[in-house]
Design a protein around this ligand. Structure first.
Ligand code: HEM
Length: 483
């Protein structure tokens, strides 16, 4: 054997063979978790490589295209993969997803995976086990009761008006970045009621960025991993928010005139004579920060994008707002009045159908369950794909499905219950903050139709779906004040 051949064997062939052996053993290991008492096969698919599974492949392919679509095309509506440190089965069929989530409490103990459990904390609503979830949710929902929404409406109106006035000061602005800032102000001021002076804003924003990134990485807690940095950012934010949390716990009975979502939650605790700890409140704060930011930014940016791409639809929205007597963001309108905008409702619905911000609802099984003709063993993750359900909704033809057409909702016969549209999830853990998002979307719609005109610099941007749906170029836009 010459030097070149022996080098090839030592440095290429043997490591490659060992790698493939490891991959095979990795597969054997997970296949052995199949429940022998259930006479059904595991779904088709692949567990990827040892330890990392398909996570790296997923991140790379999601940047270029749509990993889930490729998997769906290869394996069908139920397939296995290995992501974020666990075997996971992706379920895409509308009926199967509805069946799983409508029976959520039966099928699953609590939602989500390790990254989410550690980053949100045990007292977050999302992490609450079945026996505590219902009561906790009732308390949490006080932040979105009609009286709370009335208050949120006037606060959001003030923030949108204030922030949008900066959008015309420059020649063009990235709408996604501008909305990111605006939504962040809204979370802090409206939902958390954090006075700007108690936090070091640049530090808080940088921590928040690390914190959010950690939800979408491998759950490996080392100093330089994405997850490790996220956990440290959580601690840093805890230190900054501690004085505010202590202050609201001690003063929550004397609500001030502008109540934040957090104060509504605290008063609900008091009404139920339930003492809350600092940790419980901190977990709720982190949950609100995480759930109410990136999804809201995504949905508001998409609204600006779709209306910018469809001037006739934008004109109809403007007309409807006008007909209701809303002149601009300075007009005296409230939450109740905004609900009368029915065409705008359809526009918002269509936006969330085509561009659902949350990719999937993820659960962990606590017993072996059947999905289609397959078994999902105990302890595995199940991800119900939201975009997949929307993309395969057969109420419309395949070509029609891809079009932005708000009128489809008006013309739809409401005969049978269908689950083809689930941007906020389904069942007992349906999104708790959807009414807040809806108010925000409506107020922004007033701003972009009545206070400002705008043009998209690049009307057809490349779309990224990871970690949430967003235009790759962040939607550069020119805004002009209307007379
Ligand atoms: C367009 C924006 C939003 C979208 C698309 C969205 C989507 C979702 C989805 C799909 C779920 C279900 C997750 C699951 O079943 O595991 C969920 C749950 C949740 N969302 Fe949202 N969300 C949005 C905005 C918000 C906002 C603004 C809040 C405000 C705090 C919020 C708070 C929550 C909470 C607390 C849960 C957990 C509910 C529970 O476990 O009972 N979301 N959201």
């Amino acid at each position: 054997m010459d030097c070149f051949t022996s080098g090839l064997v030592n440095y290429v062939a043997i490591p490659a063979a060992l790698l493939y052996l490891a991959k095979y053993l990795w597969k054997v290991y997970f296949d052995s978790s199949k429940d022998a008492s259930v006479n059904l096969p595991l779904p088709p698919g692949t567990y990827g490589w040892p330890i990392i599974g398909n996570t790296i492949n997923f991140i790379i392919r999601s940047k270029k295209g749509n990993y889930y679509k490729e998997m769906y095309d290869t394996y069908g509506p139920v397939y296995k993969t290995h992501l974020f440190g666990k075997p996971m089965v992706r379920v895409c069929g509308e009926k199967m997803v509805a069946n799983l989530l409508n029976n959520d409490y039966d099928n699953f103990q609590k939602s989500w995976m390790k990254t989410v459990q550690d980053l949100l904390g045990p007292f977050a609503l999302t992490n609450s086990p079945v026996q505590f979830h219902k009561d906790k949710r009732r308390i949490f929902m006080h932040a979105f009761a009609p009286n709370a929404l009335e208050e949120h409406c006037s606060q959001i109106k003030r923030i949108v008006k204030r922030d949008m006035s900066d959008w015309t000061k420059v020649h063009q602005i990235n709408t996604h970045t501008a909305i990111d800032k605006m939504a962040y102000h809204a979370v802090c001021e409206v939902l958390l009621g954090v006075p700007q002076n108690i936090i070091d804003l640049p530090q808080f924003q940088s921590d928040f960025k690390d914190y959010v990134a950690a939800f979408f990485g491998l759950p490996i807690n080392l100093p330089n991993t994405v997850f490790g940095k996220g956990l440290r950012a959580r601690e840093s934010m805890r230190k900054m928010l501690r004085p505010h949390i202590r202050e609201i716990i001690s003063n929550s009975v004397n609500k001030d005139s502008t109540s934040s979502g957090l104060r509504f939650i605290l008063s609900a605790h008091e009404d139920q004579k339930h003492e809350v700890t600092e940790t419980e409140i901190f977990d709720s704060v982190m949950e609100i920060l995480f759930t109410a930011h990136i999804t809201v930014v995504s949905s508001l940016t998409s609204l600006v994008m779709f209306l910018g791409q469809n001037p006739k639809i934008l004109e109809k929205v403007r007309q409807e707002i006008d007909d209701l007597g809303i002149k601009d963001l300075s007009s005296d309108f409230n939450y109740k009045k905004l609900q009368e905008l029915t065409y705008l409702s359809d526009v918002i619905k269509e936006t969330l159908r085509l561009a659902p911000p949350a990719g999937a609802v993820v659960r962990q099984t606590h017993k072996t369950i059947q999905v289609g003709n397959y078994q999902i063993p105990k302890g595995w993750l199940i991800a119900c794909g939201i975009g997949d359900v929307h993309d395969n909704d057969d109420r419309w033809s395949e070509t029609d499905r891809a079009k932005f057409n708000p009128d489809r909702w008006r013309n739809l016969e409401k005969t049978t219950a269908r689950y083809g549209y689930i941007p906020y999830g389904l069942g007992p853990r349906l999104c708790a903050g959807r009414a807040y998002v809806d108010v925000f979307q409506r107020i922004l719609a007033v701003g972009i139709t009545k206070d400002y005109d705008y043009e998209l610099v690049n009307p057809n941007p490349n779309i990224k779906r990871f970690p949430v749906y967003h235009p790759e170029d962040l939607l550069p836009t020119r805004y002009y004040k209307r007379d």
